[in-house]
Structure formats: C-alpha cells, structure tokens
Design a binder for this molecule. Sequence first.
Ligand code: AMP
Ligand code: MG
Length: 391
Amino acid sequence: MIPFDIALQTVLDNTILQDTEKVTIEKALGRVLAADVCSDIDMPPFDKSAVDGYACRRQDILNELEIVEIVPAGKVPRKTIAENQCVKIMTGAMIPLGADCVLMVEHTGMIGENKIKFLRNDTSANIAYKAEDVQKGRLVLEKGVVLKPEHIAVLAAVGCYEPEVSKKPKISIISTGDELVEPYQVPEMSQIRNSNSWQLLAQAQQMHVDATYEGIIRDDEQSTLQIIDKAFEDSDVVLLTGGVSMGDYDFVPEMMIKSGFEILFRTIAIQPGKPTVFGKKAGKYCFGLPGNPVASYVMFEILVKPLLFGMMGHDFSPVMRPMPFAQEYKRRIAERLSLIPVMFNNDGTVSVINYHGSAHIHALAFAQGLAFVPIGVNTISKGEMADVRPI
Ligand code: AMP
Ligand code: MG
C-alpha cells in the first residue's frame, strides 16, 4: 500500500505529452492550448466611446454645443471638434479628433434642431482608450490553459481563429463483473446495474476527451485479457472497473501483466479506492479502478484526470480549501487517507453527508466537495478545519 501522494506523483512522472493539432475556435472549447497566444492588435484598436452621447472638448461642457456630425460605430469621423462643437456618437464608435470626453445622452437636452446643453456640471471621460486593455504583441493566453468560453472570446478578439491545441487522448472504458447488467435492463436476483461505465464516460466527456465504451466483460481470464489487448490497440488510456480486489474472480491486475503492462502500483492507502492498479506499456496506460461506484468516481477525479490533463499539457491542480466542519466527524480506523463527501453551508462550514461506504453513489450525488481526512486522524471536531476539494 503506497500513500496517495506517491501514487499521484508516479502517475505524473510517467505522463507523456500528446502531439498537437490546430482546430478552429468553434471546436476549441475544453481543449488545452498548446502554444502561447499574443495579441495581433491593440485593444481597443482606437479611442472609442463607452456610451451613447456627444463627444466634445471638456472645456466646453457648460456651453451650448453645436452638433456637427453623427458618428455610428464602424465609421471614421470626418470632422475635428472645434470650440463649442460636438458630434453625436454611438457606443463603440471612434472618438473624433479634438474631443476629450463624451457627454451621456441621458444627461443632455436638445436646444432646437442642432444644439445640445449638458444638464450636469461634470462628466467622466467615457472613453475607452486605444491599447488600454491589451497592447499589440502582448501575451494574452498561456499554453496549458483549458479553453473556456471567455478564452474563446480572447482568441477571437486577437485573430487566433485556429489555435494550436493538444490532441485528445483516446480512452476505452470497460466494466468487469458477472453480476452486471446495463441501465436499460431489469436486474434479476443477484444482479446489479452497471453504473461505473456511464459515470466514467460522463467524467471523460466533461473534460472533452474521446472516450469509447467497450461494454461489460465477464469475470474470466480470457475475456479480461482479450479486452485489455483490444483496448490497448484502440486507445491511449484503458480504464477498467471491478475485478481488482482480492476475490477469486478478480483477474484484472494479472491480465494487465499478461498483456505486457508494467504495474506501477496496485494498492493505495486511501478510502475509497484502495485497490487501484496503474500500469504502462509503450507510452500507453491502463487503470484497473475499483468496482464500487464512489471509489471509481473518486479515483478518476484524483488520478485519471491528472494523467489525462497532463497528457494534454495542462497541470491539473484543483483548489483545496481548508473549511471548518459543522458537526463532529469520527472514524474508527485511520490507516488511510479518507475522502468523504460533504455539502457546503452558507455560513462557510461543511456538513458530512450520511454515507454508507463506497457503493453509496446516491450519497455522492448530493456532495459538493470531498473532504480529505489525513492518515492518523480519527476525529475532526466541530469547527475544526479539513482540506476540501470542490467537485
Ligand atoms: P469488484 O472489485 O469487482 O469486486 O467490485 C466491487 C463492488 O463493486 C461489487 O459490489 C460490485 O458488484 C460493484 N461493481 C463492480 N462493477 C460495477 C459497476 N460497473 N457498476 C456498479 N457497481 C459495480
Ligand atoms: Mg467484480
């Protein structure tokens, strides 16, 4: 049994970066940027009005101002503003030469057809100045970032229509177990529905990698070996669940070895998730994840995700917040790091969810975070802090 930190480090130390490719921005959401992006222009590219109103000279704002032009967004003003003149200007339009402020239309009144009067004494400039957000050539997005919608906007604004991103690793998902039936089937006596595969598929989809579900395989050595060999051919990362503990029909670790994988660890001092096997072969990886759905979920989040993101060049290190417990938490044995599902309270505390163990997926469904209870800690008193990772 190795500590979780060592298991994670082993995964990270063995992570090999994927190649890169170019995709257009409509396909770039969730992808990891593989090259720094700099702006090809100043932003804003010119002094522009931040409001609808009248551009004029600040020294004239208390006088009646003659409207000499109307400037919509997208048009270059023709006139230069002279004493007691203004142009009617729209939000986003270019500020004419000579003007140094824009009076908001709401703060002005018309005098006849062609003149305005400012109804206040003072105004802010209401100008977004050229290059005040970004200067041409400046770094706007660093490689390694996972592209979110607001990043896509930045790419669009700086003319990076085809960003270079890391290729997505291909993943195969396999469940093992004679007792398993699919969600669209009614379990007979002694059977349960396969939830892990669908959960893993969703976890993979959430991080925008390519996952294929290979189905349920029976608990026998031949089927296990065959599916591992096939999945190794088809994908970069093979995820199996079940068949990793000490039962008579738990063949996954042995068949991983038989298939040629070098096993880097087999058990981790963690709860849930103790029987988690990790192997590598020819730049590809195989995880034998625990059969219990909560354990499978947790191990994907804390070990598989760092691997997949690492393969794409993103350093996945989610925030860990020290948070006080709303109630006392106790456990009898403290040999392993425990990850317990918690809910966030409005007063900044967390409450431990009533949780029966690693098969209790319904409890996890209410969780907003996982609290890390370290090895050797039996009790967390009311008000005492533990590190919590939002999920
Ligand atoms: P195993 O590691 O194969 O002994 O499985 C441990 C526990 O997880 C057993 O109670 C299994 O029935 C359950 N289990 C295994 N695979 C799945 C699955 N795909 N979906 C839901 N539960 C599972
Ligand atoms: Mg099994």
